[in-house]
Design a protein around this ligand. Structure first.
Ligand SMILES: [Zn+2]
Length: 275
């Protein structure tokens, strides 16, 4: 009888392992639970060895965890990794568990090198309007996790160039949907690049199939890495660019950066101006 209760409980709760992601889900990481006897193993599967920060929360009844929960994990370049184990405190009594997980691109340990000047993310002979800048009201406001971010208007298919050298740690190119509604937040195609100071650059809203680099690839400043698009939460064709580090699986900190302009000046860019 006791076994039956435990078995049923386990089956029900196994179905409850939920992600925080919605309809246009980006499956860069999934978390699955596996049972071996009375021990439950939680395993993270990371797509293409991306850099991911993962936070796991759990509700446990008569169960012990190998790590205190909630817990945040740095998954860097790994594909499949066991992140923790759960087991019954008293195997003869009923036990149950459920868990939720949250993740963000990139790692937590970067510190912005303030001496670095970034190149504009397009060809030097092109001019593009900064439709939204730092703390822009459409989607870069306080609490948006995009406070220090730049939206350059540009036609779909424009060459996107690396603003700074680094290593590609995340890509997505399979999304076909987008629009000016937060429901599309998970639908953007992107390239994520890790810099030498451990911070990350995000190039967002790329066109379907418009990613020209692979995870693990080293890119140089000015290298064409993608074609711009209009996927994700976007009111029109543009490139969203920002530099950030993850704080945990739910939050990130965007970081203030400056660009080199065509006349050699260094500037943090003003919304509405063309550069
Ligand atoms: Zn933006």
């Amino acid at each position: 009888m006791c076994f039956r209760i435990r078995q049923l409980t386990w089956m029900l709760l196994a179905l409850c392992g939920v992600t925080a992601r919605g309809a246009c889900e980006d499956k860069a990481v999934t978390l699955t639970d596996h049972r071996m006897g009375d021990v439950i193993s939680l395993v993270a599967n990371v797509q293409d060895g991306m850099d991911i920060t993962l936070t796991v929360e759990a509700s446990l009844q008569n169960m012990t965890s190998s790590r205190p929960l909630p817990c945040t994990f740095d998954l860097s370049g790994q594909h499949t990794v066991e992140i923790l184990k759960l087991w019954p405190g008293n195997p003869n009594a009923a036990w149950r568990y459920s868990y939720r997980y949250f993740w963000r691109y990139g790692g937590r340990h970067g510190r912005l090198d303030p001496a670095v000047v970034y190149e504009l993310p397009y060809a030097p002979q092109e001019w593009h309007r900064l439709a939204q800048g730092n703390f822009g009201r459409f989607s870069h406001g306080p609490g948006s996790q995009n406070e220090h971010a730049f939206d350059f208007s540009m036609p779909v298919g424009t060459d996107v160039r690396a603003t700074r050298a680094g290593t590609v740690t995340g890509v997505r190119a399979d999304s076909t949907s987008g629009g000016a509604d937060p429901v599309f937040k998970e639908c953007a195609n992107y390239v994520i690049i890790r810099h030498s100071d451990g911070t990350y650059a995000e190039y967002l809203h790329l066109s379907t199939g418009g990613v020209l680099v692979r995870v693990g690839e080293r890119v140089k400043t000015g290298q064409v890495i993608a074609r711009s698009g209009n996927t994700g939460y976007s009111s029109g064709p543009h490139l969203h660019f920002c530099v950030f580090r993850a704080l945990d699986g739910k939050t990130r900190e965007t970081l203030p950066v400056r660009f080199r302009l065509k006349d050699g000046a260094v500037d943090s860019l003003t919304e509405g101006q063309t550069y």
